[in-house]
Design a protein around this ligand. Structure first.
Ligand SMILES: [Zn+2]
Length: 247
């Protein structure tokens, strides 16, 4: 048991070290306090999965700092970072399908388009968008449904390769809530902002003030959204598993 404990801590220290090397410079800047090992040692007592996860979250938060939800994102998800390659010179081709469902109107199309433009302008990431008429040539398809059976108003589906590079995506936006209320332009814009965040590789924020909070109600990208996106696009994609913690 003691051997396992020591081995576990060793793995933590090594993985935290790697994480700090991979993310540290960009995440914490030149004045970073290199006290990751200290944080690891602060959990003593019983070794169970919950305390390990708590320790892991503390490590990630320590490395990432308070102005990003990358740690929450990694803990909630499968520890994989996924993102598009740099697409400034060769913008992502977005095809917005015409909506032929009840409640659709061209201003909803405009709202979805405006959300892409907003991410491009203030997202601070090396991804640009081109709106194309040819769906076959598109990297991203936007489609419309009348409503989702579950309590949601939008969905982002992405495909990625073995390394974690996103290769294509589909955004599905509803014209009504699951309860049947029509979604107006502003609501569709807000939903599209959130789903485009997922399309770009972002997970959920743990702060209700961010666009990427699961039940988002804010209408614009916050500094935390922007900072988290910038961090994501500052490192290569791939797994950030911390050894035994993610089994
Ligand atoms: Zn979401």
């Amino acid at each position: 048991m003691r051997g396992i404990l020591v081995a576990t801590r060793l793995i933590l220290v090594v993985m935290a070290g790697i994480l700090a090397v991979v993310l540290g410079r960009r995440l914490t800047g030149p004045t970073a306090d290199p006290g990751v090992g200290m944080v690891i040692e602060s959990y003593g007592g019983a070794v169970d999965l919950d305390s390990m996860r708590a320790a892991r979250l503390r490590i990630l938060r320590h490395v990432a700092g308070p102005d990003s939800y990358l740690p929450a994102m990694l803990v909630e998800g499968d520890s994989m970072l996924r993102r598009w390659p740099e697409r400034t010179g060769d913008p992502l081709r977005v095809h917005i399908l015409p909506g032929n469902v009840a409640g659709y109107s061209p201003d909803l199309r405009d709202a979805s388009r405006a959300a892409f433009v907003r991410w491009e302008r203030v997202g601070a990431i090396p991804v640009r968008f081109d709106f194309v008429n040819d769906s076959a040539a598109a990297d991203v398809i936007v489609r419309w449904v009348e409503r989702f059976p579950l309590r949601r108003a939008g969905q982002a589906d992405i495909r990625w390769n073995g390394t974690g590079w996103i290769v294509s995506g589909t955004l599905t936006l509803a014209t009504h809530t699951s309860d049947g209320f029509r979604l107006e332009r502003d609501a569709v814009y807000t939903v599209a902002m959130h789903e485009i965040g997922h399309l770009l590789g972002l997970g959920h924020s743990d702060d209700a003030q961010d666009v990427m909070f699961p039940t988002t109600a804010v209408h614009d990208i916050t500094p935390r959204d922007r900072h988290t996106a910038r961090l994501l696009y500052g490192v290569p994609p791939g797994s950030l598993r911390l050894g035994v913690l993610d089994r």
